[in-house]
Design a protein around this ligand. Structure first.
Ligand SMILES: [Zn+2]
Ligand SMILES: [Zn+2]
Length: 304
């Protein structure tokens, strides 16, 4: 049940409402105050209307999938686990090829490497990137693709809105200069209202556009460096600790985890799937994110 995954987080719900309101407001202004008055006599009105609404539809579809998809929750154990002898358990897990697994004290379960606990979702998420209030969900191994697609289409829609509004505004100014001001006033009453809508949509587009492009860039960097923001922070802290204790260095000093160096395209394919690059733009289910992805069938074998 997809809707069961919707978090009851007030901040997340407010951000969801704000996202949908912003999208529908942009569509209303573009059609009502940009395309119909400025391009009404040409085919451009229908063409821009169709393309703009296609971008918004893809944006909403990606958002819905990112918000409702399982981000990669680590399953909870059916029965309570006994962690009284953690040291011997972890050495047994290492012998069985499960090196790097750890115990989450909140979920009281074993979790694979790169899984982290989310305080909002109250669950451990595989390759957790961050908890995003704009999708009211975590961004993790299984929904990062949809989240990045949502950012991409938000950026495209913002840029498209800006271009259309500026074009319509220039068209209006030209009309006024050419002496059609009276005719214009008859056709579109409430000129100040129109200008107010233009300004609001421009501000909305600039704010959202810059915001999503910065996150989009960060997401791509974290994929091609194979390091989530949480891991970056942990590694930085580890390096700091190592630096401060370098004078009294002991063999048990924490070492930052090292991931396999993979080609950038392979890392991108792990997130976006193994299909054609064109499929990366569509919110469709792709092949499993990693070869030999994490399976939990071995969990009952851990003697816990
Ligand atoms: Zn947890
Ligand atoms: Zn979360």
């Amino acid at each position: 049940m997809a809707f069961v995954r919707c978090r009851r987080d007030l901040c997340g719900v407010i951000c969801l409402i704000l996202t949908y309101f912003s999208v529908f407001y942009a569509d209303y202004v573009v059609i009502q105050y940009v395309l119909l008055p400025a391009f009404s006599d040409s085919v451009w009105s229908s063409l821009h209307g169709a393309v703009f609404n296609l971008v918004l539809t893809l944006l909403l579809a990606c958002h819905a999938r990112a918000a409702l998809a399982d981000p990669g929750m680590v399953p909870l154990p059916e029965t309570a686990m006994d962690f009284s002898d953690l040291r011997s358990q972890s050495s047994r897990m290492n012998e069985r090829g499960c090196e790097g697994w750890s115990v989450c004290s909140h979920c009281e379960t074993y979790r694979p490497p790169r899984a982290h606990h989310c305080q909002v979702c109250q669950r451990c998420i595989r390759r957790m990137d961050h908890h995003c209030p704009w999708i009211n969900n975590c961004v993790g191994e299984l929904n990062q693709k949809y989240f990045i697609q949502f950012l991409f289409y938000s950026g495209v829609a913002s840029l498209y809105s800006m271009v259309l509004v500026v074009s319509a505004w220039v068209w209006r100014i030209r009309n006024e200069r050419e002496g059609d001001a009276d005719k214009e006033a008859e056709e579109t009453p409430g000129k100040h209202l129109v200008v107010a809508h233009y300004i609001i949509l421009l501000v909305e587009s600039v704010l959202f556009g810059v915001f999503v492009m910065v996150i989009f860039y960060d997401q791509l960097v974290s994929i091609i460096t194979d390091e989530t923001p949480i891991e970056q922070m942990k590694n930085r802290l580890m390096m700091k600790e190592r630096g401060s204790s370098s004078s009294s260095s002991t063999p048990s000093s924490p070492q930052p985890p090292t991931h396999t160096r993979k080609p950038k395209l392979a890392l991108l394919r792990e997130v976006f799937g193994r299909g054609s690059v064109l499929c990366w733009l569509l919110p469709l289910h792709s092949s499993p994110p990693s070869v030999g992805g994490i399976t939990y069938s071995a969990l009952p074998d851990y003697d816990v």
